[in-house]
Design a protein around this ligand. Structure first.
Ligand SMILES: Nc1nc2c(ncn2[C@@H]2O[C@H](COP(=O)(O)OP(=O)(O)OP(=O)(O)O)[C@@H](O)[C@H]2O)c(=O)[nH]1
Ligand SMILES: [Mg+2]
Length: 352
C-alpha cells in the first residue's frame, strides 16, 4: 500500500542509505504505537491489551536519501502455551534475521521476565551477527512516571544487550513516549545514522507491503480488541471475505471467527450494539487509512479451537513455519454467521 498524498518516484540516486529496523519488546510496551509515530501514519493496530499485534507489520519511511524499513512484531512473552503464543514468539524471532538496526522497546519502571526473554533473543541475534549491529533501547511511557527521580536509577540499572565475538555493538538507551511523541525524532535520527549504504528497496511513496485487504482485517480486530472485555480478544480472529473497490467506495465484508457459540453472543452484543460499535469505529479508521469511503459488513462465526491448532492458524493467515503470512484460503468451513451493518459510534480507552 502506498502513502495517499505522494506521487510515485522511482528511486535510484547514488549515496542512498536503506536498511531493516526491527522493533521488538514484550507485549503492550508500545511497539506498534512507536512504529506508527516513526512512519507518521496509523498503520499498525494498537490497544491497551497484550498481544494485539499478531503479524509482523512492515512500515516504510523514506526521507530524502534515507529509507528505513521498519518491522513491528508481536510481543515476545514467556508463558503462553497455545499454538498461537508459539507462533507469535516465532514471528518476532524471524523478524530479527537479516536486520540492520534493532529497536528494543521496554516500559519505564517496569522490567519483567518477558523483557529478559526479549533481551536473550536480542543477544542471540548479536552473537550471530558478523558485523556491528546497533541496538536502541527505547524506554517508553516515561509520561506515566510520576516520580521523575526514579527514572535515572532505572535507566542506570537497565540490563542492556551484551557484546559478543569481539564485536562491540553500539547500544544507546533513549527514554521517551511514543504516545506523546517525546524523543521519537531523537530515536529516528539515531536510526538513520546507522543505516547502511544501500539502494532503496521500496518506492519513495510506499508505506507497507501489506495489502489493503490485510489492513482492513487488522482494523476490525483492533476495535474488537479495544471494545471487548479482557479475555475475548484472544479467542477471535478476522478474515476478509469480500473486498471490492468501486469508484470512491470500498466494499468490505469481514468474518469474525470466535471459538465458542457463547463468545458469538458477546461479540454481537445486546440487539447487535457491540458489533455495530466495532464496525463503526473500524470503518472510520479504515476511511482515514485508505483515504476513501468504506462500506463495511461484519459477520460472526464459530471455529472451535482455532488458536490451538497450527493448521487452523495457517489457514487464517498466520506465519506458522517461518513463511510470510497473508495467504488467505478461498473458503473456510464454519457455522452460519450473524451480520450487521454498522451505525452507532462508541468510545474507546485507546488513543491512536
Ligand atoms: N501512557 C502511554 N501509553 C502508551 C505509550 N505508548 C503506547 N502506549 C499505550 O500502550 C498500549 C499498548 O500500545 P501498543 O502500541 O499496542 O503496544 P505493543 O507493544 O505494540 O503491544 P503488542 O502488540 O500487544 O505486543 C496502548 O494503549 C497505547 O496507547 C506512551 O508513550 N505512553
Ligand atoms: Mg503491537
Amino acid at each position: 500500500m502506498t502513502k495517499a498524498q505522494n506521487t510515485t518516484v522511482p528511486a535510484k540516486a547514488p549515496g542512498q542509505r536503506c536498511g531493516n529496523v526491527t522493533i521488538v519488546g514484550r507485549p503492550n510496551v508500545g511497539k506498534s504505537t512507536l512504529l506508527n509515530r516513526l512512519i507518521g501514519q496509523k498503520l499498525s493496530i494498537t490497544a491497551h491489551k497484550p498481544q494485539t499485534t499478531r503479524h509482523a507489520i512492515l512500515g516504510v519511511n523514506t526521507v530524502d536519501d534515507i529509507q528505513a524499513i521498519y518491522l513491528d512484531t508481536p510481543g515476545i512473552h514467556v508463558h503462553g502455551k497455545r499454538a498461537l503464543n508459539q507462533v507469535l514468539n516465532r514471528t518476532a524471532a524471524n523478524a530479527l534475521h537479516g536486520v540492520d538496526v534493532i529497536v528494543m522497546v521496554v516500559q519505564a519502571m517496569a522490567w519483567t521476565e518477558h523483557d529478559d526473554r526479549v533481551l536473550s533473543m536480542v543477544n542471540n541475534t548479536l552473537e550471530e551477527a558478523q558485523q556491528e549491529l546497533p541496538v536502541f533501547v527505547f524506554v517508553n511511557k516515561v509520561d506515566l512516571v510520576t516520580r521523575k527521580n526514579d527514572l535515572l536509577p532505572f535507566l542506570a540499572e537497565l540490563p542492556i544487550p551484551a557484546a559478543s565475538q569481539g564485536i562491540v555493538h553500539p547500544v544507546e538507551v533513549i527514554p521517551g513516549s511514543a504516545r506523546q511523541q517525546t524523543a521519537v525524532s531523537t530515536l529516528e535520527k539515531a536510526i538513520f545514522e546507522h543505516l547502511p549504504v544501500a539502494p532503496f528497496v521500496y518506492d519513495k511513496d510506499e508505506l507497507t507491503d501489506r495489502s489493503s485487504r490485510f489492513l482492513a482485517a487488522e482494523h476490525v480486530r483492533e476495535q474488537l480488541t479495544r471494545q471487548l472485555s479482557e479475555e475475548l480478544p484472544y479467542a477471535l480472529t478476522v478474515e476478509i471475505e469480500q473486498f471490492a473497490e468501486e469508484a470512491g467506495l470500498m466494499r468490505i465484508g469481514a468474518v469474525i471467527w470466535v471459538e465458542k457459540e457463547s463468545q458469538k453472543g458477546i461479540v454481537i452484543g445486546k440487539r447487535g450494539e457491540k458489533l455495530k460499535a466495532v464496525g463503526s469505529r473500524a470503518r472510520q479508521s479504515m476511511e482515514t487509512l485508505f483515504g476513501q469511503k468504506v462500506f463495511l459488513q461484519l459477520w460472526v462465526r464459530v471455529k472451535a479451537g482455532w488458536a490451538d491448532d497450527e493448521r487452523a492458524l495457517h489457514s487464517l493467515g498466520y506465519e506458522v513455519r517461518g513463511e510470510v503470512s497473508g495467504a488467505k484460503p478461498s473458503h473456510l468451513a464454519g457455522n452460519a454467521g450473524s451480520s450487521t451493518p454498522d451505525s452507532a459510534p462508541d468510545s474507546t480507552p485507546d488513543g491512536d
